[in-house]
Design a protein around this ligand. Structure first.
Ligand code: AMP
Ligand code: MN
Ligand code: MN
Ligand code: MN
Length: 274
């Protein structure tokens, strides 16, 4: 069975509309699809109104938060979109994103890229601005040759556009997902580039806060990373989740759909959700 519990649409920094994402998932034979846009449910709201045969749509979100001096992403699966705690958190996150975008744009303008805020907002459309909107705008205007160079030079960790942002705490974000009846999943544990010790401390903090699972597949990764993460899940008594983190069709990225057999003998979040 192919599932995908981590995907993005034009409601955040993805390139496909919710309808296009659903079509692509259907074409690829994905049976269960969670929409997990950054800090918003608006993509899921559109998708669930479309109702495609053969696909179960899961209401999800990828919350930006912080722990240990780093920005962490927690995916909430099967959340109740009407939960007041969640709706309030998302409003708060949208405000943080707006404030942050103004500050990032000011930095980019200091670096010579005039019109960054309007440019990024035009690419984001109705969505709140995410850093990839700035990156794509910088490429379209010729300031940067590629999106990945834009991150390496200006937008990535420790670069001028990496604005200190008052994201909520990991514990508060997990609590909001639990309050919304959802399953909290620690997204892409290896992407934080933590030491083994710090990664284990993150898993412990996540568990204590009410976290349920870690992603052992996030996009394209090596078999050895999957083995390492499966072992980590077992050690920390957490379930596992699987997702492509699909943003757009891209030669270096993963396409939609992961086979549940990748979980091996560890329990998967789909067992509680379906
Ligand atoms: P934001 O949540 O607005 O800070 O944007 C984070 C998003 O930027 C991630 O979800 C990725 O989609 C994208 N991203 C982060 N780092 C890179 C990178 N080095 N190259 C390309 N995209 C990146
Ligand atoms: Mn993203
Ligand atoms: Mn993420
Ligand atoms: Mn993501």
């Amino acid at each position: 069975m192919l599932i995908d519990f981590h995907t993005h649409t034009t409601a955040s920094d993805g390139a496909l509309t919710p309808a296009q994402l659903l079509s692509r998932a259907a074409d690829r034979g994905v049976e269960v699809l969670a929409l997990t846009d950054h800090d918003t449910l608006s993509g899921w709201q559109v998708a669930q109104s479309l109702q495609r045969d053969g696909i179960t749509i899961v209401c999800g979100v990828e919350l930006s938060c912080q722990w240990g001096g780093a920005t962490i992403h927690v995916v909430g699966l099967n959340v109740n979109a009407n939960s007041k705690a969640l709706v309030d958190m998302l409003d708060h996150l949208q405000r943080i994103r707006r404030d942050r975008a103004v500050k990032i744009a000011a930095k980019l303008e200091q670096l010579g890229a005039q019109g960054a805020l309007d440019g990024a907002q035009a690419l984001a459309g109705e969505a709140a601005i995410c850093r990839p909107h700035f990156a794509h705008w910088l490429v379209s205007e010729g300031y940067m040759p590629t999106v990945s160079r834009a991150f390496d030079k200006w937008l990535g960790n420790g670069k001028p556009g990496d604005i200190k942002t008052p994201w909520p705490s990991l514990a508060d974000s997990v609590a909001v997902i639990v309050a919304a009846g959802g399953v909290p999943v620690l997204a892409h544990p290896l992407k934080y580039r933590f030491s083994r010790t710090k990664l284990r401390a993150l898993c412990d903090a996540f568990s204590i806060a009410g976290g349920a699972a870690i992603e052992i597949v996030n996009g394209r990764q090596s078999d050895s990373e999957i083995v390492e993460l499966r072992r980590l899940a077992k050690e920390k008594k957490l379930s596992v989740s699987l997702g492509s983190d699909f943003h757009r069709e891209w030669a270096h990225g993963a396409d939609l759909g992961v086979d549940v057999s990748v979980a091996g003998d560890v329990s998967g979040v789909w067992e509680t959700i379906l």
